[in-house]
Design a protein around this ligand. Structure first.
Ligand code: RIB
Length: 288
């Protein structure tokens, strides 16, 4: 079973700061570094480092060919990563002393998917394959519809959340992987237990994985609810932690592991990720 990830690829410009810049303020950074990123690419790298079979479908400009090469070296099938005229997507990331981040993204090449690209990839898919999506590319709604019309499973991480998400055919999503902000936007509820209940009512056929940062994670499908605690670690940079979680969760899921095992592996991997700087570069490799 392979995971086909239609996902963003970004160049991350990361600034470490004493505090997030305030309106009207000019702030000097303490350090600056360029990393590979993009929620999609990070998730593919996490999948590959967790030994899953992953095909990445993405777009870069000429300035991002190094990112494609990097993904290839990770063992990701990049035959559907094309170079386009638009510049590679990028992110401007502030990381504060607590390791928290504030991110601005510019879509660039990530917003140049065409229907024909989607069709070409799905033609190569088998029904047991899984399609993974985040919300940093265009045509997410079309990809969901086309994937389901082929009978494949859709896993959707609606990050970053936007107003458009509610108009996507979300009833076709098999697994939602969301954080509290995304959960609140989708369900209108603030408390984790209420988010889970409301999501169950809105999307009764879907499973929901609700990540809660330091408070762990809750999984729910119908009446089955599983909670796993977070591990205590000293966070240096939380960028990419959610992506690491998703990659590891799905890698274990594709190997037929129990949901408990999938959640435990994902929590462990994302806990390691936050103790390191950068996005893709901070994702751990599976220890066997
Ligand atoms: O989830 C972290 C990612 O979000 C960063 O790598 C950045 O590129 C943005 O897409």
């Amino acid at each position: 079973m392979k995971i086909i990830n239609f996902g963003s690829i970004n160049i991350d410009h990361v600034y470490s700061v004493d505090h997030f810049v305030r309106p009207g303020e000019t702030l000097s950074s303490n350090s600056y570094a360029v990393f590979s990123g993009g929620k999609g690419a990070n998730q593919s790298i996490a999948l590959a480092r967790a030994n899953a079979d992953v095909v990445h479908v993405g777009k870069v400009g000429k300035d991002g060919i190094w990112l494609k090469e990097k993904m290839e070296k990770e063992g990701i099938d990049t035959s559907f990563v094309n170079t386009v005229k638009a510049p590679t997507g990028h992110a401007v990331i502030q990381v504060n002393k607590e390791g928290e981040n504030a991110i601005i993204i510019h879509g660039g090449a990530n917003l140049t998917y065409k229907s024909s690209d989607i069709e070409k990839v799905l033609k190569t898919a088998k029904t047991e394959d899984i399609v993974l999506l985040q919300n940093e590319i265009n045509d997410v709604d079309k990809i969901i519809k086309q994937t389901k019309s082929k009978g494949l499973k859709v896993v959707f991480n609606p990050a970053p959340m936007s107003d458009a998400v509610k108009d996507y055919p979300l009833e076709l999503v098999d697994i939602f992987i969301i954080n509290e902000t995304e959960g609140e936007a989708l369900s209108g509820e603030k408390k984790p237990e209420k988010i889970i209940k409301a999501m169950g009512k809105l999307y009764p056929k879907s499973s929901v994985v609700l990540t809660l940062g330091k408070k762990g994670v809750i999984y729910a499908k119908g009446k089955k609810v599983i909670s796993v605690d977070a591990l205590k670690v000293k966070a240096v940079d939380t960028t990419g932690a959610g992506d690491t979680f998703i990659g590891y969760f799905l890698a274990e899921f594709s190997r037929g592991m129990t949901i408990e095992k999938c959640l435990e592996a994902a929590i462990k991997a994302s806990s390691i990720c936050v103790t390191r700087k950068g996005a893709a570069d901070s994702i751990p490799r599976l220890l066997v």
